[in-house]
Design a protein around this ligand. Structure first.
Ligand code: DUC
Ligand code: ZN
Ligand code: ZN
Length: 487
């Protein structure tokens, strides 16, 4: 068993910060010690195998990205990160656990969808991974199968009020699944957008020859998110199901969540960096030599980017401060421009939906600390501690304390991270400043006043000093318990 001491740093938790050293024994945290500790007459630093110098740096629990889609089949193609490439990129960015979505599609069995996801991930992940279950076909068989998921360590399922004909559930199906959620304690995760109405609006825009990527966001109007969020909340209230609304982007959806929470309902929300930093106006203005107005396709995701003029981004930051929204995930669902996003040239409806951000979440959220949007402690809470609590991992993950898995990041507030993807004059990539399997970056030009220096994943140093030291297969499947966040 290797012993490691992370020495001289400031250990930051969701509730405070202190100068402390972190002693790791094998895969677990052994102790959080006063600086330069001498125990039973022995200088701890002199008795360990490895010492990591964290002087002047923050020592935080490894990030947990609770919303990723590795290898997701979508729109006639597949998300471009495999479990191998996506989890490696996550590690580079200070994320040491993911929760991905196993998929049951229409007419297929849940058991088969889940088995496929285990096959995709097993032996390939750089960091630990768990699964939620997407239920694309709520029926008697799938409801019966869902009852067995908790025993398999899958304590949450996702339904879609969007994407008719693909993942969509109608209100009757949602009601039945939520009754099961109430009975089993499983968390209902909801993609809250009124899909049937959106599809009509999208078809009308295309008929008017409004086919550029920008119109994706016009069709997916905030009213459609507010309405669906409200409907999901009311169905959850009626059934008593705990509800977690994914990728919240509209300020009006936040108001719905806050309203339900004020009434004591177990309703939670997640947002993503794209809804804090990017906007519909910027998507409209994105024109490149290579792609013209189709450049905006790199930001086509659902829910869509929202108008800055309408104040959604500021409202999302505020919701993170007030705890109306409890955590930040990425909805990492990358597609390359070439051969993938370009499927939607001439018709925005055919652009595969998704943005790749798994590598940048910790940095992008730290930038919110730099700009004063959130505190240092809230950064840790939003990116690690609450995801662990929300999804039944707390104690093992999301905290630096004796007995927890040794998932630790040394973050340098005086370091710097430039995000982008250099291209030549013809717009072809000449190198990459990220490790995600993408031919572009949705975060081109972002400058971060901080840097992920060292990443320890279950006791193993996987990133250090700009070098990757991990391996495919380092990550293990996480059997999760029920949510530890319910009121
Ligand atoms: N939204 C996305 O942007 N991509 C995948 C699925 C989803 O709901
Ligand atoms: Zn979704
Ligand atoms: Zn998603």
């Amino acid at each position: 068993m290797t012993t490691t001491l992370i020495r001289g740093g400031t250990v930051v938790s969701a509730t405070g910060r202190a100068a402390a050293d972190v002693l790791i024994d094998g895969e677990r945290i052994q102790a959080v010690l006063a600086p330069d500790s001498v125990l039973l007459g022995t200088d701890v630093a002199a008795s360990v195998d490895t010492v990591i110098d964290a002087t002047g740096k923050f020592v935080i629990p490894g990030g947990i990205d609770a919303h990723t889609h590795m290898e997701l089949p979508f729109g006639g193609t597949e998300a471009s990160d495999t479990f191998e490439t996506g989890t490696r990129a996550a590690a580079w960015g200070g994320t040491t656990s993911i929760i991905d979505f196993a998929v049951q599609t229409y007419g297929k069995r849940i058991e088969d969808g889940l088995a496929t996801w285990h096959e995709k991930a097993a032996g390939n992940c750089a960091i630990d991974y768990g699964f939620h279950q997407i239920v694309g076909d709520v029926n008697d068989d799938s409801l019966a199968a869902m009852r067995g998921l908790v025993d398999e360590g899958i304590s949450s399922f996702k339904l879609f009020m969007a994407y008719p004909g693909v993942f969509y559930s109608d209100d009757a199906q949602i009601l039945k699944a939520m009754q099961l959620s109430r009975d089993t304690g499983m968390l209902t995760m909801m993609h809250a957008e009124n899909g049937p109405a959106i599809d009509v609006l999208a078809a009308q825009l295309v008929e008017q020859r409004k086919t550029d990527p920008f119109y994706h966001g016009v069709a997916r109007a905030w009213e459609m998110e507010e309405e669906a969020t409200h409907r999901a909340i009311m169905l959850a209230k009626l059934t008593g199901a705990p509800l977690y609304v994914v990728h919240v982007s509209a300020k009006q959806a936040v108001e719905q969540i806050a309203w339900a929470r004020d009434k004591g309902q177990n309703v939670f929300g997640e947002t993503c960096p794209q809804y804090l930093y990017l906007s519909l106006e910027e998507q409209l203005g994105a024109v490149s030599e290579k792609w013209g107005a189709f450049e905006g396709a790199k930001w086509v995701c659902s829910t869509p980017l929202r108008s800055r003029e309408e104040g959604h981004q500021n409202a999302m930051w505020q919701s993170l401060r007030t705890n109306d929204v409890q955590m930040v995930s990425t909805d990492h669902c990358p597609f390359c421009m070439k051969d993938q996003k370009e499927l939607g040239l001439g018709d925005f409806r055919k652009i595969p939906n998704g943005i790749g951000s798994i590598e940048h979440r910790m940095d992008l959220m730290y930038q919110g600390v730099v700009t004063g949007e959130i505190t240092l402690e809230r950064w840790v809470e939003l990116t690690s501690t609450t995801p662990a609590r929300m999804f039944g991992l707390y104690g093992q993950k999301g905290v630096i304390q004796p007995g927890a898995d040794a998932d630790v990041v040394v973050y340098d507030p005086n370091g710097h991270t430039s995000i982008g993807m250099p291209v030549d004059e013809a717009g072809n990539p000449t190198g990459r400043s990220h490790h995600m399997n993408m031919d572009h970056s949705a975060w081109e030009g972002f400058e971060i006043d901080g840097h992920v220096d060292t990443v320890v994943s279950r006791g193993k140093v996987v990133v250090d000093g700009g070098e990757y030291l991990g391996a495919a297969g380092d990550g293990r499947f996480l059997k999760r318990g029920l949510s530890q966040y319910l009121v």
